[in-house]
Design a binder for this molecule. Structure first.
Ligand code: SAH
Length: 398
């Protein structure tokens, strides 16, 4: 049996944890010298050595590990991982049974009871993401569970933590029979090409499924669409299938062009009727303003931080300016979809960024929809900080 390390927490950390908070905060540990090797199993105790919870040691940005059980006599072993993973799969039964959606998240970290681990499903293929050295060192448990309870074509993994000080985002084949990528997955009847063995790009961000559907079903028809930070053009495809007059996709990465052509093509959309620009979004806004181009739908989905040759963009600091750029090129009664995956602020603050941009440009707007992560990205309602996605869909009124 693995040795368990006792970690003492300060009163605040204990009180939060008793309310169900799953992260072990770095600054809440009273005896950090006890923490040596990531992946160690921990018994979390209060300052009087009374039991609080059990978890594991794994360093992520805000915490040094996660709670796995609050039962003193429960062992952290194969059975515990199995019951959590099996329960998570069961919660996604409706997704497994829906032939129109064949890509979704089956295990969402702390939301499903194991922080630092996510598992995505792509039509028979599984992608496991590890967010710390610690959880990665427990991988044998998780792969043993998957061998036992799922019928997979193959498993791939992504290590989303620095190794020897270096962060390399890469997909690796783990087991099964290697796929013939790209494969085509379905999402609410739309097709998306996905490659699980191609560096950082898999082709689609699963957490935006509901937004793609909303764009297709409610906001695209008859409109000219500007999709900024477009990556593989997933939103453009949804808009086009929803009857958009035309889409313009703008992304700095040169690979985004062939990837976007591919996404249009697997949906039988003539990509030559669409515009795909490999270009800095901020330069594109200047160009559009200079030519007085206007759009009926503008989509903003930037990364948390972006650094190009000319500009540095941080969502936490520069989102109001981005919205101002969007306002300048949006028609009267046009729609703006504003999205961010930055976990460092909440919906209220995000909406204040949007509001600031409209106030400063003396423009009026109406919020039509607000949303966060879709259902398969399970998260605890009491701890909104783990529900990082914030999307506001609004209408520009004048
Ligand atoms: N909206 C996309 C995901 C965006 S990922 C989707 O739904 O699939 C962020 C993208 O922003 C990346 O593809 C990156 O290449 C691009 N990017 C970052 N900085 C940029 C900039 N200054 N101009 C244009 N694209 C940028």
């Amino acid at each position: 049996m693995t040795k368990i390390i006792e970690v003492q927490l300060n009163d605040q950390a204990v009180s939060e944890m008793k309310k169900g908070y799953p992260l072990i905060p770095k600054n809440g540990v009273l005896n950090p010298q006890a923490l040596k090797e990531e992946g160690s199993l921990l018994k979390l105790v209060d300052r009087n050595w009374r039991f609080v919870a059990k978890g594991y040691y794994g360093v992520q940005n805000k915490g040094i590990g996660w709670v796995l059980t609050r039962k003193e006599n429960e062992e952290i072993d194969f059975d515990l991982f199995k019951s959590k993973i099996a329960a998570a799969f069961k919660r996604r039964e409706a997704f497994y049974n829906d032939p129109n959606t064949t890509a979704f998240r089956v295990f969402n970290g702390e939301g499903d009871g194991i922080g630092g681990l996510t598992i995505d499903y792509y039509d028979g293929y599984y992608m496991v993401s590890w967010y710390s050295e610690g959880i990665y060192s427990l991988k044998h448990h998780i792969y043993n569970v998957l061998d036992k309870i799922v019928d997979y074509k193959a498993i791939y993994e992504k290590k989303r933590f620095a190794q020897k000080g270096q962060y390399i985002e890469q997909d690796d084949f783990v087991r099964g029979e290697e796929g013939d990528f790209p494969i085509i997955v379905k999402e609410n009847g739309m097709n998306y090409a996905v490659d699980l063995n191609d560096g950082a790009m898999t082709g689609i961000f699963l957490d935006q499924r509901d937004v793609r559907k909303a764009i297709r079903d409610h906001y695209a028809e008859g409109r000219t669409v500007l999709n900024t930070f477009s990556y593989t053009g997933a939103f453009s495809v949804a808009a086009s299938l929803g009857g958009a007059k035309k889409t313009v996709s703008v992304d700095l990465a040169s690979r985004s062009k062939s990837k976007t052509i591919e996404q249009f093509s697997v949906n039988a959309i003539d990509y030559e009727q669409q515009e795909i620009r490999v270009m800095d979004v901020f330069d594109y806004f200047r160009y559009a303003k200079r030519h007085e181009l206007k759009y009926g739908l503008v989509i903003l989905d930037p990364p948390s931080f972006a650094r190009s040759k000319k500009y540095t963009f941080s969502t936490a600091r520069n989102y109001p300016e981005l919205v101002k750029d969007a306002i300048a090129v949006t028609e009267k009664n046009g729609i703006i979809v504003a999205s961010t995956n930055n976990a460092s602020f909440g919906m209220k603050r995000f909406k204040s960024f949007i509001d600031k941009a409209f106030k400063e440009t003396k423009t009026k707007y109406k919020v039509l929809e607000e949303s966060s992560l879709p259902r398969d990205f399970r998260s605890n309602r009491n701890f909104p900080e783990f529900n990082y996605l914030k999307v506001v869909i609004l209408e520009k009124l004048n």
